[in-house]
Design a protein around this ligand. Structure first.
Ligand code: IFM
Length: 456
């Protein structure tokens, strides 16, 4: 019988040199200070006042109080060994009315935050829009109206001109389909509207125009070395058996499931797959729109937490595979464990849409964790899931998938939108009464991964 050496570490799997390791957050989820220093209301500030809109009546008013504690938080990031931090700018903090007058105190806040990061050797990645639309723009009709894109063009120019000396990595929008489907179709997210298909999808077109303006702004004002991409929550269709037939089915399903955002961006048209999805319906398109939307980007940001399993059906076409009852799921019911999504999502984005470089801009798991015991939060559930995801990401890189970075969602527990504060995604536990931050086991483990640049 061969002798086992218990406790011996398995061989470390190194990541490429200069791989970007980071954590992510978003303005409305961490900043708080919702009506301080001249900030205007966002649709989430207003939606949170609606009875029953958010679990336990939570609101983003204070969140992690990051607005006042950003220096300590930057210090915490440095202690955790983070090299990159993805944050977003709150549009209504800079432009309380969505357009026009600039709020100097809002501008100064992000300036101080960026400096605090750079002083600690942390590279900022800035998302221009992560769901906190100025309420004034919603009052004029919101995403279904084209004025949002006009206002965004000015906003994007302003932030790139202001921060372009310190920010070289820009992300235009976060998860277009979530803020439109959930906010304007299902009514579960701000602003809580339940519109018809055409209204929601006209909103998609305007969001894609914003993406185009974001790219244009970075090209015009970003300066040397500036890079830009969009972050998409692409559905990572995963072939159950990884046979040629199942892989072909996953490819077909990937094209279909992600046609609303990736097809127009990568092909410059609402093509065959899109029109099949919309049964021939097309948004109102003005001359020049498609050129703006499809201007080349530098990377594609993917937020991948899970993915749907597919296989080739009897006719060879993609068939979705229902997940059995006993399959592991996080406390967020949509988050079924599927680490292989981190292999297939990036690979199919390259194969189907021709993405040249992929950055995982979010990955993690949400649980309703209880407070630290003796100063520790033993979140092995999250640690093991992230470890499995990184293993699959590493497999893809080994197979030639051009993934250059990974951001854990999230730096710390925060305002999880309609789920409020109970649902925790952080590497760091946050006590929302005292604002005390406690790194969880996953954060301490992640620090070792970053240090070794390898799955240790
Ligand atoms: O918290 C969100 C984030 O804002 C967008 N992506 C998914 C996360 C977890 O639900």
């Amino acid at each position: 019988m061969s002798k086992l050496t218990l406790g011996a570490p398995s061989a470390a799997r190194p990541f490429p040199k200069n791989f970007c390791w980071g954590a992510a957050s978003a303005s409305a989820q961490v900043e708080g200070a919702a009506d301080e220093d001249g900030k205007g209301p966002s649709i989430w500030d207003v939606f949170a006042r609606r009875p029953g809109a958010i679990k336990h009546g939570d609101t983003p008013a204070i969140a992690c109080d990051h607005y006042h504690r950003f220096r300590e938080d930057a210090e915490l990031m440095a202690r955790l060994g983070l090299k990159h931090y993805r944050l977003s700018i709150a549009w209504p903090r800079l432009m309380p009315n969505g357009a026009g007058t600039l709020n100097r105190r809002g501008l100064d806040f992000y300036s101080r935050l960026l400096d605090a990061l750079l002083e600690r050797g942390i590279t900022p990645w800035v998302t221009m829009f992560h769901w906190d639309l100025p309420q004034t723009l919603e009052d004029k009709g919101g995403w279904p109206t084209r004025q949002v894109a006009d206002a965004f063009a000015d906003y994007a120019d302003t932030i790139v001109k202001t921060y372009g000396d310190r920010v070289k990595n820009w992300i235009t929008l976060n998860e277009t389909s979530v803020f439109l489907d959930s906010g304007y179709g299902l009514g579960r997210h701000a602003p809580g509207r339940k519109e018809d298909f055409a209204t929601v999808h006209q909103g998609f077109h305007h969001a894609l125009l914003c993406h185009g303006h974001g790219v244009r702004a970075v090209r015009e004002h970003g300066g040397a070395g500036a890079r830009v991409g969009i972050t998409d929550n692409s559905r990572a269709t995963t072939p159950v058996r990884e046979t040629a037939a199942d892989i072909a089915a996953a490819r077909e399903a990937f094209a279909r499931e992600n046609c609303r955002v990736l097809e127009p961006i990568y092909t410059g048209a609402y093509g065959e797959v899109y029109r099949h999805h919309t049964k021939g319906w097309l948004p109102k398109i003005a001359p020049g729109d498609m050129e703006l939307i499809s201007a080349p980007t530098d990377f594609l940001g993917l937020n991948i937490y899970t993915g749907e399993f597919v296989r080739a059906g009897a006719d060879g076409r993609a068939a979705s595979v229902p997940v059995p009852e006993h399959y592991p799921v996080a406390d967020s019911p949509w988050l079924r464990w599927n680490a292989r999504a981190l292999y297939w999502g990036p690979r199919l984005a390259v194969e189907v849409f021709g993405a040249k470089e992929i950055v995982i801009t979010e990955n993690g798991a949400g649980y309703d964790e209880t407070p630290p015991v003796n100063g520790e939060v033993n979140d092995l559930h999250r640690l093991e899931y992230i470890r499995a995801c990184l293993g699959e990401l590493r497999r893809g890189i080994g197979d030639g998938v051009p993934v250059t970075g990974y951001f854990a969602w999230s730096l710390m527990d925060n305002f999880e939108w309609a789920e409020g504060y109970a649902r925790r995604f952080g590497l760091v536990y946050n006590d929302f009464q005292t604002q005390q931050r406690t790194p969880k086991a996953s954060a301490l483990w992640y620090r070792e991964v970053i240090k070794a640049n390898a799955l240790v």
